[in-house]
Design a protein around this ligand. Structure first.
Ligand code: GLU
Length: 423
C-alpha cells in the first residue's frame, strides 16, 4: 500500500487519507467510501456578542454532523482562535470512528467557535456560549445531535448552553449536552474520563510490550483536562514517573518526577506550568523537545499534527498514547510503525470521554444516577473490549493499530448505512 504524503495536508485531508487507506485494506465499496469521506451536514453561524465595553463583536461558529447512521451525532465544542472548518470536519470524522470503535449507539459530530477564550471576560464567554446554542438550537437535541466539552470549553460552558437550550424549548432536556456539572445532571467520573480511558489502554499496551509501568518514565504534552488528569492517574494507578509536562507556553522537565498536586497548583496560580521547579535538576523544555525525550511513554494531549515526518524519527518512547485527536500525520505513522513503537490511536485512546458522555446521556434519559465506582467499572469494560478488538485485529492483519481501529469502526458505520438502505 502506498503511504500518502501528509506534509502540507490539512487535518481533514489527513482524516480522509486515513479512511482511504483503511478502505483499500478492507475493500470498502466505492459508494460507501464516497459517503464516508464527507460530512452529511454542516452549519456555519455568525454569533453577535455584546462585549463588556459596549461594542458588539461577531464570532464565527460551526457544527459539523458527520454521520448519524448509528445514532444521534455526538461530539465536543472547541473554543479556539486557530482552526478552520477543515479542523472541525476532521474532528467530526474522528468522533464518528470513535463512537463506532467503542460500539456506542451514536454518530459523530464536532463544533467550534473561532475565539480566544483567554481574552474574554466571564460575562462575554457566557453570552458567546448562549449565542452559539441560540444559533444552532433547532438543529441539536438529545435525539439528534449531542454536544460536549473539548479544548477550552468547560462544565460551566456546558451548563450555560443547556440552560439556553431548555429556555428555547420550554422544558428540561439535560440530554442535549454532556460534560455538565454534576448538580445539573452531569455524570460522576466525567471529568477524568478521557485520561482514565487512556490509562487503561496504556496499562494493556505496557502488558503487550512487556513494560513495567511502576517507575516507567512519561512525558505529557498538554495540560488541559486530558493531560493533567493523565498525570494524576498514571502516578496514582501505576506509580509511573511523569518527568515532563507542557502547555501552550512551554514545558518543564524533572528527571526525579513531577508532583501532580504541586504542578497543578502552579498552573492554576500562574496560568502555565512554565516556571515550576521542585529541585535544581528541574529545567524548562520546549514542546518540540518534550516529544523527543528519552521516555518510556509519550502522551500527546494537546492539538493535532504535532508528530510529523521531521520529528517522528527522533521519538524514543516505546508507547505513544494519543490523548489528543489527530496528533500524528500519516507519514509519521509509517515511520513509527517501522520503528516498532506501540501507538494507541487517538479515537481509541481518548474515547473514555465520549464513553462517559454516553453514560451521562443514559442517566439523563432515565433520571437515575450512578456512583463513581459503577462509572469506572463500566468505562473499564468498554475500553478493554475496544482495546483488544483493535489490538487483535492489528495482529491478525499485520497492520498498525490505527488501521486496525479504522477497519473495525468503518465496518460498523458502513453496516449501519447499508441496513438503513442508504447504500
Ligand atoms: N471532545 C471530547 C472528545 O473528543 C468529548 C466528546 C463527547 O464527550 O461527546 O472525545
Amino acid at each position: 500500500m502506498d503511504i500518502p504524503a501528509s506534509q502540507g495536508l490539512n487535518p481533514f485531508e489527513i482524516a480522509q487519507r486515513q479512511l482511504d487507506m483503511a478502505a483499500e485494506v478492507m475493500g470498502l465499496d466505492p459508494t460507501t467510501h464516497q459517503l464516508l469521506r464527507w460530512p452529511m451536514r454542516e452549519f456555519h453561524v455568525r454569533i453577535p456578542v455584546k462585549m463588556d465595553d459596549g461594542s458588539t463583536r461577531i464570532f464565527d461558529g460551526y457544527r459539523v454532523q458527520y454521520n448519524d447512521a448509528r445514532g444521534p451525532t455526538k461530539g465536543g465544542i472547541r473554543f479556539h482562535p486557530e482552526g478552520t472548518i477543515n479542523t472541525i470536519r476532521a474532528l467530526a470524522a474522528w468522533m464518528t470512528w470513535k463512537c463506532a470503535m467503542l460500539d456506542l449507539p451514536l454518530g459523530g459530530a464536532m463544533g467550534g467557535v473561532l475565539c480566544n477564550p483567554k481574552e474574554l471576560s466571564p460575562g462575554e464567554l457566557e453570552r458567546l456560549s448562549r449565542g452559539y446554542i441560540r444559533a444552532l438550537g433547532h438543529y441539536v437535541g438529545p435525539a439528534s445531535d449531542v454536544a460536549a466539552p473539548d479544548v477550552y470549553t468547560t462544565p460551566q460552558i456546558m451548563a450555560w448552553m443547556m440552560d439556553e437550550y431548555e429556555t428555547m424549548l420550554g422544558r428540561h432536556a439535560p440530554g442535549v449536552i454532556t460534560g455538565k456539572p454534576t448538580p445539573l445532571g452531569g455524570s460522576q467520573g466525567r471529568m477524568d474520563a478521557t485520561a482514565r480511558g487512556g490509562a487503561y489502554c496504556i496499562r494493556e499496551a505496557a502488558r503487550s510490550v512487556g513494560m513495567n509501568l511502576g517507575g516507567a518514565t512519561v512525558a505529557i504534552q498538554g495540560y488541559g483536562n486530558a493531560g493533567r488528569y493523565m498525570h494524576k492517574l498514571l502516578v496514582e494507578m501505576f506509580d509511573a514517573k511523569v518527568v515532563a509536562v507542557s502547555d501552550s507556553r512551554g514545558g518543564i522537565y524533572c528527571p526525579n518526577g513531577l508532583d501532580f498536586e504541586r504542578v497543578l497548583a502552579h498552573k492554576l496560580d500562574t496560568g502555565t506550568v512554565v516556571g515550576y521547579a521542585c529541585c535544581n535538576e528541574c529545567r524548562e523544555i520546549t514542546n518540540a523537545a518534550l516529544l523527543e525525550l528519552d521516555v518510556d511513554v509519550l502522551v500527546p494531549a494537546a492539538l493535532e499534527g504535532v508528530i510529523r515526518s521531521h520529528n517522528a524519527p527522533h521519538i524514543k518512547a516505546k508507547i505513544i498514547a494519543e490523548l489528543a485527536d489527530g496528533p500524528t500525520t500519516p507519514n509519521a505513522d509509517a515511520i513509527l510503525q517501522q520503528k516498532g513503537v506501540y501507538v494507541i490511536p487517538d479515537f481509541l485512546c481518548n474515547a473514555g470521554g465520549v464513553t462517559v458522555s454516553y453514560f451521562e446521556q443514559v442517566q439523563n434519559a432515565y433520571g437515575y444516577y450512578w456512583d463513581n465506582a459503577l462509572v469506572h467499572q463500566r468505562l473499564e469494560h468498554k475500553m478493554m473490549v475496544a482495546f483488544y478488538d483493535a489490538h487483535d485485529t492489528a495482529q491478525r492483519y499485520h497492520t498498525s493499530n490505527r488501521i486496525a481501529a479504522y477497519l473495525i469502526a468503518v465496518a460498523r458505520v458502513a453496516e449501519a448505512c447499508a441496513l438503513r438502505g442508504w447504500i
